[in-house]
Design a protein around this ligand. Structure first.
Ligand SMILES: [Zn+2]
Ligand SMILES: [Zn+2]
Ligand SMILES: [Zn+2]
Ligand SMILES: [Zn+2]
Length: 512
């Protein structure tokens, strides 16, 4: 566990645009009168959250509204009111007052506190920003959220104080030119010199950049890049095997739940890195963007808790031995075969290999079943079956089999039904260790697993109560986990489908 901040990485590439649900209902709050956490302080971790009582999986720990919301800094042009993605070539509607892109005159985020607020519109309209919106529109977005933060100073002093209480690691960041000088030109100089927004000094703007880099959550769905700051959730410490899961609703309210049992006195954690990534890359990300060296149990174990999520296969002992880092907490340590002890490779070569195969994986069309399968085949003697570069491809396949043209579930031959089943079981085995309990990732895999099991069962000449029980167990757990996701999101809708399928099964087989 360590002290620094998080990005929610999507568990998978979302292929469906999310319709954000409307909700006027009162947001759910943690049970009982007392908060389920206390804030503690340690020299190593700073402030962090600790369970104030035993918490059970699924229990709500934090439910809170954001301090600020806005586009990520490298985003595509979005509506600055509701964050809908915009195709400016087809339709280019601008706010009449400030000139920034909106989806339409009646955009629901217009005038909204976490959209294009009146305060922001006024400040932008009074600035020189409009002159720069013609050329290089995309670059302007990067300074928008920092400006939203700065405008809280006069507009919402309580939220500004909460924001200024967050870590910004100014000293560390100042020493890294790629961060500091990039912020200087893209944000500080833009706000002060190009846009000529008065009232904010350089160091204040740099601090806001740091607060955002260190503490932001990625929110929203449908593949749109939106980030938000929250007043309490930022206290959560990091662990590469976290004990919470979080989601956000249509109004960007954040809900943090225990994913595993958390004992009274234990730290409440989340992962600031993508959990399905190997230690070498995960620690690099944590070091470069969150400014700490993770030394958690997973990072300290060369096998990543037995999953082998970063293991290469040994070319000497014909892919039977695993090549692992000899000292995983030292990124420069050589890698060795744990079986023959005869083969070793220097860390930079491992890094290059992972980059090269990673680029190849990235280039694959996420809907191309054949391409994903041939990628797995091509590197089957190089990477361990659970290697993180495989897990991404396997996760895509777990969803594509049964869903895309040519592979619809009722048309799948037995061979491919078994393939889907085995992929889901393999992924579940890894998730049980790296993202255990009530996590969105496990919920979606359980739901995907029920489908081939069900079809195999229906095609089998002999009815097996055992198999039906397995289907129901998958659906029961998927219903609970995905029931925490907002309806209208892909996962929330999957949860509703799981509940429906379960009700149907219970009706048709009441004795099981
Ligand atoms: Zn809009
Ligand atoms: Zn405006
Ligand atoms: Zn770690
Ligand atoms: Zn070997």
């Amino acid at each position: 566990m360590n002290r620094s901040r998080k990005n929610k990485k999507p568990a998978h590439k979302d292929r469906s645009g999310r319709r954000r649900p409307d909700s006027d209902a009162q947001p759910e709050q943690p049970e009982g009168g007392d908060l389920p956490y206390t804030i503690q302080v340690s020299a190593e971790m700073g402030r962090y959250l600790v369970a104030s009582r035993d918490l059970r999986p699924g229990e709500l720990i934090i439910s809170e509204d954001p301090l600020v919301v806005g586009p990520c800094y490298d985003c595509q042009p979005l509506c600055v009111g509701c964050y809908r993605r915009l195709d400016l070539a087809a339709q280019d509607f601008r706010c009449e007052r400030c000139g920034w892109p909106l989806c339409a005159a009646d955009c629901p985020g217009r005038g909204a506190e976490h959209g294009h607020s009146g305060r922001e519109c006024e400040a932008l309209a009074a600035s020189d920003a409009r002159r720069h919106l013609v050329e290089d529109l995309r670059a302007q977005y990067r300074a928008l959220v920092p400006l939203r933060c700065l405008l809280l100073k006069a507009g919402a002093p309580d939220r500004w104080r909460a924001l200024r209480g967050m870590e910004s690691h100014d000293e560390l960041r100042r020493a890294i030119p790629s961060i500091w000088s990039s912020n200087q030109s893209a944000v500080v100089d833009r706000i002060r010199r190009l846009w000529r927004v008065p009232g904010f000094d350089e160091s204040e703007i740099h601090t806001v950049c740091g607060v955002l880099e260190v503490n932001c959550f990625e929110v929203g769905q449908g593949g749109v890049s939106i980030r938000a700051l929250y007043p309490t959730a930022f206290y959560m410490a990091h662990d590469c095997v976290p004990n919470t899961n979080h989601t956000d609703d249509a109004g960007y309210r954040l809900y943090v739940r225990a994913s595993t049992p958390i004992r009274k006195g234990e730290a409440i954690t989340l992962s600031y890195a993508y959990t399905l990534q190997g230690t070498l890359k995960r620690r690099e990300h944590l070091r470069d963007s969150k400014f700490f060296e993770c030394r958690c149990a997973r990072c300290s174990d060369p096998t990543e808790l037995g999953t082998h999520a970063g293991a290469l296969l040994c070319p000497r002992c014909l892919a039977e031995g695993c090549v692992l880092s000899s000292r995983p907490l030292d990124a420069a340590a050589p890698w060795r075969c744990a079986r023959c002890h005869d083969y070793s490779v220097e860390a930079p070569a491992v890094g290059l290999l992972l980059d090269r195969i990673g680029e190849e994986a990235e280039a694959i069309d996420g809907n191309d079943v054949e391409a994903l399968e041939s990628f797995l085949l091509k590197y089957r003697n190089v990477l361990h079956a659970n290697h993180y570069l495989f897990l991404g491809a396997l996760h895509s396949l777990s969803q594509l089999y049964g869903k895309v043209d040519g592979y619809l579930i009722d048309q799948l031959p037995e061979r491919l039904l078994l393939r889907k089943r085995d992929i889901c079981r393999q992924l579940l085995g890894v998730c049980d260790v790296l993202e255990p309990g009530y996590t969105r990732l496990r919920g979606t895999i359980l739901y995907e697993l029920h489908a081939p099991l069900m079809v195999l069962l229906s095609r089998s000449p002999r009815f097996s109560p055992q198999q039906l029980k397995e289907v129901m167990r998958c659906l029961e757990e998927a219903s609970v986990i995905l029931g925490f996701e907002p309806l209208g999101s892909p996962e929330g809708d999957m949860g509703a489908a799981a509940r429906q399928a379960l009700a149907h099964l219970r009706k048709s087989a009441p004795d099981i």
